[in-house]
Design a protein around this ligand. Structure first.
Ligand code: MSP
Length: 533
């Protein structure tokens, strides 16, 4: 039986279509999911949208449509963008799904029966942006929300509370005893510093209409976070009738979230799970923010970049590669974009530099030089015989690279893993320059005895390209499929498994194919000129 691997992302608020920050999270999760699938695991990759609460209700009012119409529209926009980006999720959950709503009501009743929930009058400082109460000490100047930079209001309500205080010591112990529970390591102390002060949290709202009604109390709806966090288990059928997926996939192997919502996932969520008698996830990984001009990309700040604009200009793989390769996973990354006069996106110079050098040049050109040029001219495009004398240390290097990437991916070192793949690509480039197969071709015409060496050099290049396409498929699936096609391999790349990353599996005698370049060079000046015509 295959080993299971359950990976989740945060579910995004439906107040607006996805922006680059949301896309970044899904790209990184997709890289991990595709990689683990290749490693032979039975992966379940969950993403979705968080559709209840005032933010979404307000957005629908602004559009003068019902919250349901608004959410349907936004959910479709998310799905469209994720399809363009190649996000290979197995299930897309919406918190307005009937099964989810029913399940969270059941969860509430179960917690109530366990005496983990009680009702109490409460007055506190409330930020409607965060949909959360704050303690004065956690606010700027005693009343300004640190996330939204605006004043909180005093709100008095009678709410239902969840007894975090009953579980927080157990959660703390778990964090201390399980080194992999909070990643990156640097985030662990942040959570430990917070946990002692954590109070029971209010889990219902009186003045919000758009939400799951509290069972047997139609005056209140569920706090959006309690509704949302449970998506990770309701998506697997928890309280949905058929719990076989829950048995199979829970606990999650990794839950990917942004650093702003780590405390919800590292303190509140484990407390709920303990109260429900479920295991805790193996890892909660907190990634950094994508910033634009130094501030977090967010609807509230208004500095939005649509992933669709970037995909149109740089293709999904260009964006995927850049975001993973340039940003250290766990840290923030600034996206240096330039905008046109009408404020629409113009270009991102660092992205162009990176994809031109790595995708168009180092990868695309070496493929082109070997397949479309030398192999076509000298061997009728047919892959020649392997020759061990021509291989330098490629077989050993490939084996080491494969092992290194496995470890890096298991440790969520995505930037490092992408660098390891490119170390192989760069090694191939150097090899092509040093061996100069175009000269070897001439020499082989003059001296037949040098032919096996020349052919062996071509084989080495083609075999390295096959392995590069397998290693990089989880990151740049479209480009990898194109390389695969050029190499003339009939099996589909998406069906390939990790054990195919083994030196020598390229079959001599295979007819290669000429197709389009795998990634065209981006030349913004040319693009702009052509637009003016
Ligand atoms: N709905 C909640 C999450 C509930 S999970 C049970 C939420 N939604 S969100 O739309 O505000 O954010 C969704 C995810 O996107 C979060 O992990 C958040 O950190 C991430 N990002 C939103 N803006 C971001 C950047 N600018 N950069 C990187 N990721 C950020 O929170």
């Amino acid at each position: 039986m295959k080993e299971k691997y359950y990976i989740t992302t945060a579910i995004d608020y439906s107040n607006a279509p996805p922006h680059l920050g949301h896309a970044y999270e899904k790209i990184t999760a997709d890289f991990i999911a595709r990689h683990q699938r290749m490693r032979g695991k039975d992966v379940f990759f969950l993403t979705g949208v968080d559709e209840h609460g005032t933010k979404n209700e307000k957005a629908s009012k602004e559009r003068e449509i019902t919250p349901k119409e608004h959410c349907d529209d936004i959910a479709n926009k998310y799905k469209e963008t994720w399809a363009k980006l190649g996000i290979s999720y197995d299930y897309f959950i919406r918190t307005t799904d009937e099964l989810h709503k029913k399940a969270v009501s059941e969860i509430f009743i179960k917690l109530q029966k366990n005496e983990d929930i009680y009702k109490k009058k409460y007055e506190g400082l409330y930020c409607s942006g965060c949909e959360a109460f704050y303690l004065e000490k956690d606010l700027k100047e005693g009343n300004i929300c640190p996330v939204h930079n605006r004043k909180t209001e005093i709100v008095a309500e009678e709410n239902y509370f969840f007894k975090i205080t009953k579980y927080k010591d157990q959660v703390k112990k778990h964090i201390l005893e399980n080194v992999d529970f909070i990643k990156p390591e640097s985030k662990k102390n942040e959570i430990l510093n917070m946990i002692d002060d954590f109070q029971d949290i209010s889990i219902s709202r009186e003045n919000v209409k758009w939400g799951v009604p509290i069972p047997n109390d139609d005056k209140q709806v569920m706090y959006v976070w309690i509704d949302a966090l449970n998506n990770y288990i309701t998506a697997l059928g928890f309280f949905g009738g058929n719990e076989s997926d829950l048995k199979k996939y829970w606990p999650a192997n990794v839950q990917i979230v942004g650093k702003d919502i780590l405390k919800f996932h590292a303190i509140i969520w484990p407390s709920i799970l303990l109260a429900l008698g479920l295991e805790l996830p193996k890892t909660i990984f907190s990634h950094g923010f994508i910033t634009l001009g130094g501030s977090k990309i967010s609807k509230t700040t208004g500095n939005i970049i649509s992933p669709n604009d970037l995909i149109e200009k740089y293709q999904a793989d260009g964006l995927r590669y850049f975001m993973v390769r340039e940003i250290n996973y766990g840290n923030d990354g600034n996206f240096e974009a330039e905008f046109k006069e009408d404020k629409s996106f113009d270009r991102c110079q660092p992205l162009e530099n990176r994809v031109n050098s790595d995708l168009a040049n180092n990868l695309g050109n070496s493929l082109n030089r070997i397949v479309a040029s030398i192999l076509a001219k000298n061997c009728d495009g047919i892959i020649p015989e392997r020759n061990k004398d021509s291989e330098s240390d490629f077989p050993e290097f490939v084996e080491l690279t494969k092992k290194k990437i496995e470890i890096q991916m298991d440790n969520f070192e995505l930037q490092e893993a992408s660098t390891s793949i490119w170390d192989l690509v760069n090694k191939l480039n150097k090899y092509i320059d040093v061996e100069a197969p175009w000269n070897l071709a001439k020499k082989a015409l003059e001296d037949e005895s040098t032919k096996p060496y020349f052919h062996g050099v071509l084989y080495t290049c083609l075999e390295t390209l096959r392995i590069v396409s397998l290693l990089s498929y989880p990151l740049i699936p479209t480009i990898s499929s194109k390389i695969w096609e050029q190499l003339g391999i009939n099996e589909k790349i998406e069906d390939q498994t990790w054990d195919k990353i083994q030196w020598g599996l390229t079959i001599s005698g295979t007819q290669t194919r000429k197709t389009d370049v795998v990634y065209p060079r981006i030349d913004s000046k040319l693009v702009d000129k052509s637009k003016k015509k």
